[in-house]
Design a protein around this ligand. Structure first.
Ligand SMILES: [Zn+2]
Length: 302
């Protein structure tokens, strides 16, 4: 009797360890897709601000204005992609321009005069290569306590930039209801996770729309290889190098580091969401995908 109990205990422990090992292996594989180690060594990003130690001259000011105008043009030119982009573009027609210096957002001012507030008081703040590397922060992000969209000063291929900007401005649209740029109300974790799912789906819809639907076609090819697999992690971990390269090529990210990482970061989530749809797991299934990815990978994108 004692021997049987002991064997059962050993068996349970062995099974538990084998399962944990498999979990680790799956998430390591997914983490590698997100950080794309192989790509990194031969990739080149074009940073248009190298350091935040900027000389305050007319050229600097003009460069920043030019970059802000590129952001505004994108929001305007791509407003028709979906009903959501239409609303976002309607709301954000101007921004106050800022730059990230010593951990703070600083305005580019002339004669110390604060320029008029942009629409809803939302700022865009560009982040230099030096600061991005110091902070290990490479994604475009909405920072609610600053009412600011932080944009690393790296050149993104246009279609990718469209999806990233609308994602973050989608957050800004939902949280920045106060025209004076007032306090951001607290929202619970459940609502935040739901919002992230919606924003990643908006990014996915934009990427799909701007790629003549080849984005979802490629994702669905990956899903079709394991049609009966219930666990989304296993499906994501089945992504091959050829799949990754196909995604980079669709969006002009081959040979880049930051843009390629951003494409894969969204793609990993979209595979999970479309897997949840196929298995009729509803929004709850998608929230689970989002949370599991955050928990295991803690990717910088928010
Ligand atoms: Zn987000």
């Amino acid at each position: 009797m004692l021997i049987i109990v002991a064997l059962c205990l050993i068996g349970t422990r062995y099974w538990k360890e084998a399962r944990e090992w498999e979990e680790r292996k799956i998430w390591n594989t997914i983490a590698n897709l997100a950080v794309i180690d192989a790509q990194k060594s031969r990739s080149i990003d074009n940073w248009w601000i190298k350091t935040s130690n900027l000389s305050a001259n007319i050229e600097t000011k003009q460069l920043f204005e030019k970059k802000k105008n590129e952001v505004l043009s994108i929001i305007h030119n791509y407003r028709g992609v979906s009903a959501e982009t239409e609303k976002i573009s309607e709301r954000f027609r101007e921004f106050r321009l800022a730059v990230f210096v010593n951990g703070q957002s600083r305005y580019l001012l002339e004669n110390g005069i604060t320029p008029p507030l942009g629409t809803n008081g939302v700022d865009i703040c560009f982040l230099s290569e030096e600061d991005a590397r110091k902070l290990l922060f490479y994604s475009i992000a909405w920072r609610p306590d600053w009412n600011t969209v932080i944009i690393p000063a790296v050149s993104y291929p246009e279609k990718l930039l469209v999806s990233l900007l609308f994602h973050e401005l989608g957050h800004a649209f939902r949280h920045n209801k106060n025209d004076a740029g007032g306090i951001v109300p607290d929202i619970d974790k459940e609502a935040l996770a739901r919002e992230e799912v919606e924003m990643h789906e908006l990014s996915g819809e934009i990427l799909n729309n701007l790629s003549n639907e080849s984005y979802f076609r490629r994702i669905d090819q990956i899903l079709a290889r394991l049609p009966k697999e219930r666990r989304f992690e296993r499906v994501i971990a089945s992504v091959t190098t050829e799949d990754s390269v196909a995604f980079y090529e669709i969006f002009g990210c081959a040979g880049t580091e930051t843009p390629a990482k951003m494409v894969m970061s969204n793609t990993i989530r979209m595979i999970g969401f479309r897997h949840a749809e196929r298995h009729e797991l509803g929004i709850e299934g998608k929230i689970k995908v989002f949370r599991e990815i955050e928990r295991h990978l803690a990717l910088p994108e928010k």
